[in-house]
Design a protein around this ligand. Structure first.
Ligand SMILES: O=P(O)(O)OC[C@H]1O[C@](O)(COP(=O)(O)O)[C@@H](O)[C@@H]1O
Ligand SMILES: [Mg+2]
Ligand SMILES: [Mg+2]
Length: 290
């Protein structure tokens, strides 16, 4: 049996490491690491530094047996045993939106904790969290069906909002990808949404999703004509964020089904991501089905 008390250790460890990630950003601001990650993207020195900090800290937790990161080709066995039977698996996007470092805009960290080997289904997530490195550092955690937001100060977590729910009256939307690359059905849906909601797009999923969680609305990085699975990764971005948004009363979709129901086939598989107020996600699925 997995040790579910280790879930608390994972969350507390992410909070403890987040200030070190943040402190490491200024010196790595404009430095590329000179390598590509498994998704074929340019890696910054800040991505590598964050990955190393989280690997060392999370991999050392008793009860964590498997660690995977957007920046590593394969999952690493950090202890003997099988995730789900002997311990937990942790999947992490160490620095989300790292291209925002050059322009000094928001970035985040995304973590999923699964009681199954990786790649795991969203339904195998026992907890998910994201850190937002904004003007202040916050962490939003979904656990046991509820969402809590904490302020992180000196590595300590202080709850500032419990039972976080998406507001009833949606206000904002943010859609990634170039407009000419959007499939026609998504394009038509976007035209409707932009007549109803305000555009908020910052180029870091965590920042954009946190606006949707704060104000209500929808975030999407949809399927593109040039990339039918979109840009974002199921293990490191789509599923953990879906877990949080669904626990906050919202919905998620790959265009047809909840992101938590997407079959995991590959550690770095990409998936179209749509998350937010349930009504907008339902309308999106209807629009894509037409
Ligand atoms: O630059 P684009 O195409 O708008 O893409 C932005 C998206 O890419 C990402 O930056 C990808 O995440 P990483 O920075 O972790 O690779 C998301 O945070 C964001 O939603
Ligand atoms: Mg990311
Ligand atoms: Mg990243």
């Amino acid at each position: 049996m997995a040790d579910y008390e280790a879930v608390d250790d994972v969350i507390e460890t992410v909070a403890a490491v987040a200030p070190d990630v943040r402190a490491g950003l200024p010196g790595r601001r404009l430095t590329e690491a000179g390598v590509e990650n498994p998704s074929g993207e340019t890696v910054t020195a800040a991505d590598v530094h964050a990955d190393e900090l989280f690997f060392e800290a999370l991999g050392a937790i008793d009860g964590v047996v498997e660690f995977a990161s957007e920046e590593r080709e394969a999952a690493v066995d950090v202890a003997d045993g099988t995730a789900g039977e002997d311990g937990l698996a942790v999947a992490i996007d160490p620095l989300d939106g790292s291209s925002n470092l050059a322009s000094n805009n928001a970035m985040g960290t995304i973590v999923g904790v699964a009681d199954a080997p990786l790649p795991a289904a969203g339904t195998d997530l026992v907890a998910a969290a994201y850190v937002l490195y904004g003007p202040i550092t916050t962490m939003t955690v979904a656990r046991e069906g509820t969402v809590t937001t904490y302020v992180i100060d000196g590595g300590e977590m202080t709850a500032v909002e419990e039972d976080v729910e998406l507001p009833d009256e949606p206000v904002v939307y943010g859609f990634g990808g170039r407009v000419p690359d959007w499939p026609d059905a998504f394009h038509d849906y976007a035209r409707e949404v932009e007549s109803e909601l305000k555009l908020r797009y910052g180029g870091a999923m965590v920042g954009d999703v946190n606006q949707v969680l704060s104000y209500g609305g929808i975030f999407a990085y949809p399927a593109l004509d040039s990339a039918p699975n979109g840009k974002l990764r199921l293990q490191f971005e789509g599923a953990p964020i879906a877990k949080i948004i669904e626990a906050a009363g919202g919905a998620s979709s790959d265009g047809e089904r909840s992101l938590l129901s997407v079959e995991p086939t590959d550690l770095h598989q990409r998936v179209p991501v749509h998350v937010g107020t349930a009504e907008y996600v339902e309308r999106l699925e209807a629009a894509l089905a037409d």
